[in-house]
Design a protein around this ligand. Structure first.
Ligand code: BGC
Length: 251
C-alpha cells in the first residue's frame, strides 16, 4: 500500500480527517472527528487540523476542504462559516500552523465531493456535464465536464423564486421550517429545474446527509434530468481532499 493520502473535511459542526487509500477511495483506519471550535476562526480551525494530524501521526501532504469559495488558495466567501475566513491566504495560514514544509491543498467542500464521486463513485459522473449537489446547512455544488471539475460554481446561491436556492431548499431549510418530504421535494424541484434550464446537465448527483434517505424524496422530484444519490456518502469530502493533495490541485 503505497498510494496513501490524507484528507480533512471542515464542516460547521465537525472537522473530520482520515488516511485514504487513493487506489480504492476507502479509508485506512478510523476517521478522526473533532468538534468545530466556536467561533470557527481560521486560527482555531487550523489548530484543530493540526491536532487531527498529530493524533493520526501523519506528516505527509494533506488536502483540506472548506465551505467557501477558494481561488488561488485564498478563501473568498463565508456563507456558513466565520466571516474572518474572507480574504484569508490559506497557504500562509496552514504553513504557520502545520509547518512551512507541509504540502497543503485547499478546496471547496462540494468540489472535493465531486472529484471523489467522479473517481470512485458512479461511473456516469465522468460522462458529459454532471452537477453534484451537497444538501446540508447550505447547498454546495460541483460542476464536472467528463470528470473534470470546474471549481467554485456556488449554485446554492442562485436566486430562485426571489430567494437563494440554499435558503429555499437545503436540508437545513427543511428542518428549520419543518417541511414534509413532499413539500421540500417541491422546492428542490424548483431549484433543479432552474439548474436544468441554465446548464442542461445529463445527470444530477445528490449528496449530503439527507441523500441517505433518497428513497423518501428523489422519487417525488419532477424534473427531466435523472437524479441519483451520491455513492460515497460522508466519505466524499475527505477522499476528494486527499485526491487534491495528491494531484497538487490547488484551485
Ligand atoms: C457555500 C459553499 C459550500 C456549501 C456547502 C454554501 O453556503 O457558499 O461554498 O460548498 O455551502 O457547504
Amino acid at each position: 500500500m503505497t498510494n496513501i493520502g490524507f484528507g480533512i473535511d471542515v464542516g460547521g459542526s465537525g472537522i473530520k480527517g482520515a488516511r485514504v487509500d487513493l487506489d480504492s477511495g476507502e479509508f485506512i483506519g478510523d476517521r478522526i472527528k473533532i468538534l468545530t471550535p466556536q467561533p470557527a476562526t481560521p486560527d482555531a480551525v487550523a489548530d484543530t487540523i493540526k491536532e487531527i494530524l498529530s493524533r493520526a501521526e501523519w506528516d505527509g501532504p494533506v488536502g483540506i476542504t472548506l465551505p467557501s469559495v477558494v481561488r488561488e488558495q485564498r478563501a473568498l466567501s463565508a456563507a456558513n462559516i466565520d466571516d474572518a475566513w474572507i480574504g484569508t491566504d490559506l497557504q500562509a495560514l496552514f504553513a504557520q500552523h502545520l509547518g512551512a514544509e507541509r504540502e497543503v491543498a485547499v478546496l471547496n467542500d462540494a468540489d472535493a465531493a465531486g472529484l471523489a464521486e467522479a473517481q470512485f463513485g458512479n461511473p456516469k459522473a465522468r460522462e458529459g456535464a454532471v452537477i453534484l449537489l451537497t444538501l446540508g446547512t447550505g447547498i454546495g455544488s460541483a460542476y464536472l465536464i467528463d470528470g473534470t471539475l470546474c471549481p467554485n460554481t456556488e449554485l446554492g446561491h442562485l436566486i430562485v423564486d426571489g430567494k437563494e436556492a440554499e435558503h429555499l431548499a437545503s436540508s437545513a431549510a427543511k428542518d428549520r421550517e419543518e417541511l414534509s418530504y413532499t413539500k421540500w421535494a417541491k422546492r428542490v424541484t424548483k431549484v433543479l429545474r432552474e439548474y436544468e434550464r441554465l446548464f442542461w446537465p445529463s445527470l444530477f448527483i445528490v449528496g449530503g446527509g439527507i441523500s441517505r434517505k433518497a428513497d423518501k424524496w428523489v422519487p417525488k422530484l419532477n424534473i427531466d434530468t435523472p437524479v441519483v444519490p451520491a455513492e460515497l456518502r460522508n466519505r466524499a469530502g475527505i477522499v476528494g481532499a486527499a485526491m487534491a493533495a495528491q494531484q497538487q490541485l490547488r484551485p
